[in-house]
Design a protein. Sequence first.
Length: 233
Amino acid sequence: MVDHLANTEINSQRIAAVENCFGASGQPLAVPGRVLLGEGILTKECRKKPKPRIFFLFNDILVYGSIVINKRKYNSQHIIPLEDVTLETLPDTLQMKNRWMIKTSKKSFVVSAASLTERKEWISHLEECIRHLLTKTGRQPSTEHAAPWIPDKATDICMRCTQTKFSTLTRRHHCRKCGFVVCGDCSRQRFLMPRLSPKPLRVCNLCYRQLLNREHPGLAFSISIKSTLKDSH
Ligand SMILES: [Zn+2]
Ligand SMILES: [Zn+2]
């Protein structure tokens, strides 16, 4: 596809320019066979609010970061192997148009492009790279992906108990399994999900029971009985 560009001077210069913009805050990006295909600013839906982020599409990775000065200085670099990526186009919301989700096993998030054409281009280039990589490695497209975090602003009440109202004193938490915004009481449990982290992570009560049930069938059932009995006293 673009392999003929891999060892060209212009490609090396473009990759070096990206490395320079990230400076010491980024990883080395030049590896044999890697080609920089394009770049652009997308709006990424973050926990607090949507933020502009610079994205670089290579033939094997997607790199993004925060913009300090456009085309000069970027930081907070993230590198996503394209082999692990699946995409899903999403409907417009009132605030955000031309959205799609970038899903990976570790993290999934929503981005939006400035226009429909731009979204179409990003998605077709991303999909072409993913297809190409999977053909080369013989791997199957990944099926399991991390749930995207629901933004804080999306709800004022806990999405599990629907009772607790959030305020400056009552903090929002995120379940690492379903991505829901939940209260402290509904997310007391931690669960080890090696795909996401070497440490046990906060999960909501519902996900905890499901995860437990998956690993120890029957155990979650007896626990929920116990808590039902306790609740009735
Ligand atoms: Zn709750
Ligand atoms: Zn959950």
